[in-house]
Design a protein around this ligand. Structure first.
Ligand SMILES: NC(=O)c1ccc[n+]([C@@H]2O[C@H](COP(=O)([O-])OP(=O)(O)OC[C@H]3O[C@@H](n4cnc5c(N)ncnc54)[C@H](O)[C@@H]3O)[C@@H](O)[C@H]2O)c1
Length: 396
C-alpha cells in the first residue's frame, strides 16, 4: 500500500484521485496541495483526505506520504520535482515531463543524485487497447513496424495556463504531441533512436502565441516513421486514434469517439456530463464506459506503484519523458525552419548505429520478389525484379 501526496487539485489531480481511490484499491491519498484554499477544501472533502496545504513544500515534506504525484501546470513541474528530490521523496510526474528537454534533463539529474524513485505518468501508453496492441506488435503480429500514426484533437484545454506559451512551454504539440510521440516510440521500439523531425505547426483559429494545430513526422534510425497529429481546433469532441502499420499487418485503435457505445438524446432533460470534451449533450453521443480505465489511469498507477514498491523501473520513466521532450524541441525547431531538424539527445540508452533493413527479398536465384496477388479473374500474378538487369516483370 502506498500513501500518496497529490500536488494539484485540478482536472488531472481529480482524475488521478478517482483512479487511485474510487475503487476497492489499497492505495490512499493522504496529502494534497493546491494553490487556493477553496480547491484544497473541496478536494480534501471529496476524497476524504486529512492533510491539505496551499504551501507546496509543506505538502511534499509531510511525513504521512511515501510518494508524490505532480499534477500541476507544466511550468511548475521542474520546481515540484526538484523539491521532491531535495526532500528525498519518490515522485511521479504527469506529462509533459518538462516544457523542454533542458527542464526534463535537470529533473532527471536531480532525482538520480537524490537516489529517489521516479515515474512518468503517460496514461495513453497504458490504455487497455494500447497495451493489447503493443503486445501484438511485440509478438510480431504485424511484422516490422514501418509507420505509426497517433492523433489527439479536441476543441482545446479547459484552463487558462494551457493557452499561455510561457506557462505551458508550447501549444498543442507540448500538450498532446507528447502522448502521440510516446505512443509511436512504444510501437517502433523505445531502443530505436529518434533522429530527426519535420513538423508543420500553425495558429489557425485561437488568438494565442502558441500553435493550435500541428502535424509532425519523427524519423527513427531503423527507417520507421512516427506521425503525430494534434489540434485544439477540432470540433466534435475528443478524437483519440492510433494506427500502426507493419510489413505483415495493421492495427487501428479508436479510443474515444467510436468505441461501440452510442446514445441519442434530445437533450430535453438534464443530461449533464457525457464524457471528457464532448461538446454537446443533445443528439448522438459517444460515451465511454469507464473513463479513468479507458484513458489508462488505472493500469498506469498499477504499474507505477508496483514498480515503486518492488524497486523496479516502471513502463514509462522520466527518461522516456526526456526523449519525448527532445523530440518536441526538434518539432518546434522544424516548424520554424521548415526543415528536418535533428533530435538533440544528451543521454541515449538505446541502440546505436541501427541500419534500415534491406528491401531485397529473394524470389529465386535470378529474381527479387516484389509482390503476389490473386486477380478478379482468378489468375495469380507475381511481380519480380531481375537481379542482373533490374527489369521488373510479371510471372503468371
Ligand atoms: N492525460 C493526461 O495525462 C493529462 C490530462 C490533463 C492534464 N495533464 C497534465 O496535468 C497537469 C495539470 O493539468 P490540469 O489539467 O490538472 O490543470 P488545472 O489547471 O485543471 O489544475 C492545476 C492545479 O494546479 C494548481 N496550481 C498550483 N499553482 C498554480 C499556479 N501557479 N497556476 C495554476 N494552477 C496552479 C491549481 O490550483 C490546480 O489545482 C499539466 O501538466 C497537464 O499537462 C495530463
Amino acid at each position: 500500500m502506498a500513501k500518496i501526496c497529490i500536488l494539484g487539485g485540478g482536472f488531472i489531480g481529480r482524475f488521478y484521485a478517482d483512479s487511485l481511490t474510487g475503487r476497492r484499491l489499497k492505495d490512499e491519498v493522504t496529502v494534497v496541495y493546491s494553490r487556493s484554499q477553496e480547491t484544497v477544501d473541496r478536494f480534501t472533502q471529496d476524497y476524504n483526505i486529512s492533510n491539505g496545504f496551499t504551501d507546496m513544500e509543506a505538502a511534499i515534506s509531510h511525513p504521512d506520504s511515501d510518494i508524490v504525484i505532480v499534477a500541476l501546470p507544466n511550468y511548475l513541474h521542474e520546481e515540484a520535482v526538484l523539491k521532491c528530490a531535495a526532500h528525498g521523496k519518490a515522485v511521479l510526474c504527469t506529462k509533459p515531463l518538462g516544457r523542454n528537454a533542458g527542464e526534463a534533463l535537470r529533473m532527471i539529474e536531480a532525482c538520480e543524485k537524490a537516489g529517489i524513485f521516479t515515474g512518468y505518468l503517460e496514461d495513453l501508453c497504458y490504455t487497455p487497447k494500447f497495451l493489447k496492441s503493443l503486445k501484438s506488435v511485440r509478438d510480431g503480429s504485424i511484422g516490422r513496424v514501418l509507420w505509426t500514426k497517433s492523433r489527439e484533437t479536441h476543441p482545446g484545454p479547459h484552463a487558462d495556463w494551457f493557452w499561455d506559451l510561457e506557462a505551458a512551454g508550447g501549444g498543442a504539440i507540448v500538450d498532446m504531441g507528447c502522448h502521440c510521440i510516446e505512443i509511436g516510440r512504444n510501437f517502433i521500439g523505445k531502443d530505436i533512436k529518434p533522429i530527426e523531425v519535420m513538423c508543420w505547426a500553425d495558429t489557425q483559429v485561437k488568438p494565442i502565441e502558441a500553435e493550435d494545430h500541428a502535424i509532425g513526422l519523427v524519423k527513427y534510425e531503423n527507417g520507421a516513421i512516427g506521425q503525430f497529429e494534434v489540434s485544439w481546433t477540432f470540433r466534435g469532441g475528443m478524437d483519440l486514434r492510433d494506427e500502426v502499420m507493419g510489413t505483415e499487418g495493421t492495427i487501428w485503435v479508436n479510443s474515444w469517439l467510436r468505441t461501440g457505445f452510442e446514445m441519442f438524446t434530445t437533450g430535453e432533460s438534464e443530461a449533464g456530463y457525457v464524457v471528457e470534451k464532448s461538446e454537446t449533450d443533445a443528439g448522438w453521443q459517444f460515451p465511454v464506459g469507464d473513463e479513468a480505465a479507458e484513458l489508462g489511469y488505472v493500469n498506469m498507477f498499477l504499474d507505477q506503484l508496483e514498480a515503486f514498491e518492488n524497486s523496479r523501473e516502471p513502463q514509462e520513466t522520466f527518461y522516456d519523458g526526456y526523449i519525448v521532450n527532445a523530440v518536441m524541441d526538434a518539432a518546434y525547431a522544424s516548424a520554424k525552419s521548415k526543415k528536418w531538424e535533428k533530435v538533440k539527445l544528451d543521454i541515449w540508452k538505446g541502440k546505436t548505429g541501427v541500419q534500415k533493413p534491406s528491401v531485397y527479398q529473394e524470389y529465386d536465384a535470378e529474381h527479387w520478389f516484389i509482390k503476389k496477388e490473386k486477380l478478379p479473374n482468378g489468375d495469380l500474378v507475381t511481380i519480380v525484379k531481375d537481379k542482373e538487369t533490374g527489369e521488373i516483370k510479371e510471372i503468371h
